[in-house]
Design a protein around this ligand. Structure first.
Ligand code: ATP
Ligand code: MG
Ligand code: MG
Length: 364
């Protein structure tokens, strides 16, 4: 079987690495000649909407999936009419527009921060009467790692905030003073079988995920599973999904979902019986899903903007290094390290060491 992947970055790379033991082959479509997964797979080099390349991908791949949610919707639709595409194009359409996404949560009865659609400064001035300060203005489309977002603290900042969006269709959201951020990762197969991972507890800085930790026996697990199951059923979803949630006094508010494998689930590579990458492949190939049980204490630290010394990282007990084969650049994820340990003490020590090293390279 050959799997086509739209996007050839680190997520595609990790999908391919999980697929080789299952005897799978991969073909990626990515405009970057140096894409991280390109070295591991057949590489179609060009734009995502290049008709000839899409026809070739549809011809060569038994199933097509994607590693990022900003694939143009018409591309997913074109591919769907020629080959199997999972997750379904409908999930992509909702996830790539924050307004559709927030209304989708609302229609399913899942709470969110208060929000409003913004297409002008007048819209923003009007909406802020309802939403109150502080708030966050976000572009509806194409944002990731906190890009295309601005926090608004007072009425004096409204005009500048709107100007920074450069006329892009946006939404404004009330700022949620959450106690913690969590995400739930789940996989659904075409037969409707669903596997849920334990919640990840996620720490962001500057809008970018820094640390994710597996939470076993979390009191919010059941409600998070209920929410994500509503999404999966409604979208007739196949593959891995990630739902990001704010925990406000024990109540969960949905932030966004990603129709793909997710950075907050990287700890599953060594930290769960079956990784999110393998379960994504199992799901899109309609194979039985693997156990999501954690293997002890597990977590992950991202390296952003640069990498600490390999030898130093590899000398940390219970740590596992994953390099993305990407040139370092400010704000760019270049690697992560997971920790898996039998005791909480060993786990905490390794995670702290890694977090300190990641912080040092990020600020240098
Ligand atoms: P990702 O890389 O996760 O796709 P993104 O650019 O799509 O990020 P969000 O997930 O919407 O952006 O926001 C990034 C981070 O900013 C959140 O994880 C959270 O820490 C903070 N944030 C976003 N919206 C809110 C909000 N309404 N209230 C409080 N914090 C928020
Ligand atoms: Mg996002
Ligand atoms: Mg997010």
């Amino acid at each position: 079987m050959k799997i086509g992947i739209l996007g050839g970055g680190q997520l595609a790379r990790m999908i391919a690495l999980a697929g080789y033991p299952l005897g799978l082959k991969f073909i990626v479509l990515d405009p970057d000649v140096n894409a991280g997964a390109a070295g591991l797979s057949e590489h179609l080099l060009g734009a995502y909407d290049d008709a000839d390349l899409l026809a070739e991908l549809a011809e060569k791949a038994d199933v097509v999936t994607y590693e990022f949610e900003n694939v143009p919707a018409h591309v997913a639709e074109f591919l769907s009419s020629h080959t199997q595409v999972y997750p379904p194009a409908g999930a992509l359409a909702v996830a790539q527009d924050r307004l559709l996404e927030k209304n989708f949560f609302k229609d399913l009865g899942i709470r969110t921060a208060p929000f409003a659609a913004i297409d002008s400064l007048a819209d923003l001035e009007h909406a802020m009467g309802e939403i109150g300060y502080p708030a966050i203005l976000k572009s509806r489309r194409m944002g990731y790692d906190g890009k295309g977002q601005v926090v608004i603290k007072s009425v004096d900042e409204l005009a500048a905030a709107w100007q920074s969006m450069q006329g892009a269709a946006s939404i404004v959201e009330g700022f949620v003073p959450f106690q913690r951020e969590v995400s739930i990762i789940a996989a659904r197969s075409p037969s409707g079988e669903i596997a849920y991972y334990p919640l990840s507890k996620n720490q962001h800085r500057g809008g970018i995920l820094r640390v994710a930790e597996c939470c076993t026996n979390d009191p919010e697990q059941t409600i998070a599973e209920n929410y994500v199951s509503l999404l999966l059923e409604k979208l007739d979803y196949v593959g891995v999904i990630a739902l990001e949630l704010f925990d406000m006094n024990g109540e969960l508010l949905a932030n966004e979902f990603a129709p793909r494998v997710h950075n907050s689930g990287h700890w599953t590579i060594e930290g769960a019986e079956t990784s999110q990458f393998e379960n994504h492949l199992r799901a899109i190939l309609d194979l039985p899903l693997g156990s999501t049980k954690p293997r002890g204490y597990a977590g992950m630290v991202n390296f952003i903007g640069g990498l600490a010394d390999d030898t130093q990282l590899l000398s940390i007990p219970n740590a596992h290094l994953h390099l993305y084969d990407k040139a370092p650049r400010k704000g760019r994820k270049v690697a992560h390290a997971t920790v898996r340990a039998d005791s909480e003490k060993q786990y905490r020590e390794a995670l702290q060491l890694l977090a300190n090293l990641a912080l040092a390279v990020d600020e240098s």
